[in-house]
Design a binder for this molecule. Structure first.
Ligand SMILES: Nc1ncnc2c1ncn2[C@@H]1O[C@H](COP(=O)(O)OP(=O)(O)OP(=O)(O)O)[C@@H](O)[C@H]1O
Ligand SMILES: O=C(O)c1ccc[n+]([C@@H]2O[C@H](COP(=O)([O-])O)[C@@H](O)[C@H]2O)c1
Length: 201
């Protein structure tokens, strides 16, 4: 195993929560705790992206975002990693393919908030992502219905599994996705950035 990469044991289930985390906030902590519990995961890795391929403005420096994320996420089951920068991947499909090559005995699932499901059909090779890993979607205020009726959801409607099966997510043969309803958390990085900007002016 290359230096700096998370250590795993065979058969472990790992949820991958990719994000800008610019900054990380208690909404990220909340959905991570919910995902661990409801999807029955052993671990969650926060993949702090060098930069979302769909976002025009670059985020704060990666090292700053990682350091800040580590101050708010204290659960020992959660690893905060710059693995995409280490692997040299930017597109999620490439990251997942690389992780599956590096960790052939780990069962990965992709995690995202409901808002991301709405634009999932614009991601690079999104069909391949859905074919590679089960996907767990976590409710976000205002996004449950748009996610349910999104283009990606319509195309993948046969792959949707009932919420009652959420605990089996990592064992499902992809394509498979489950959307879970959880107590909603309104926090967002863009709202925090806007508040900080107002405070500075
Ligand atoms: N409050 C929340 N409820 C549910 N999902 C969330 C919440 N906040 C973030 N997420 C999810 O966490 C992942 C990473 O999110 P990200 O780092 O972009 O934060 P964000 O608050 O969505 O940022 P921004 O407001 O800049 O878009 C995404 O899958 C996003 O959907
Ligand atoms: O691969 C893509 O085309 C792609 C397009 C948009 C977003 N993503 C990933 O989605 C995750 C959430 O991004 P963000 O900026 O909404 O936190 C993060 O891991 C991004 O790299 C990936």
């Amino acid at each position: 195993m290359r230096a700096g990469l998370p250590v795993t044991v065979p058969g472990m289930t790992v949820g991958l929560l990719g994000g800008s985390f610019d900054p990380a906030h208690d909404g990220h902590v909340h959905i991570t705790e919910m995902a661990l519990r409801r999807f029955g995961l052993d671990r969650v890795w926060w993949l702090v992206t060098p930069g979302n391929p769909l976002k025009a403005h670059g985020p704060a420096p990666l090292s700053e975002r990682i350091a800040q994320a580590r101050t708010i996420m204290r659960d020992p089951r959660v690893t905060i990693t710059d693995i995409e920068a280490r692997l040299g991947t930017r597109m999620t499909s490439d990251t997942i393919a690389a992780l599956q090559r590096l960790y052939p005995r780990v069962r990965f699932v992709w995690l995202m908030g409901a808002d991301n499901m709405v634009q999932f059909d614009r991601w690079d090779s999104w069909h391949e992502i859905a074919a590679r890993v089960p996907i767990g979607i976590i409710a976000r205020p205002g996004w449950r219905m748009p996610a349910r009726f999104s283009r990606a959801a319509r195309i993948l409607w046969r792959a949707r599994q009932p919420e009652a099966q959420a605990r089996q997510l990592a064992d499902m043969q992809p394509p498979a996705w489950v959307m879970i309803n959880v107590p909603l958390n309104k926090q967002s990085s863009s709202a925090i950035r806007a508040r900080l900007k107002r405070a500075r002016t």
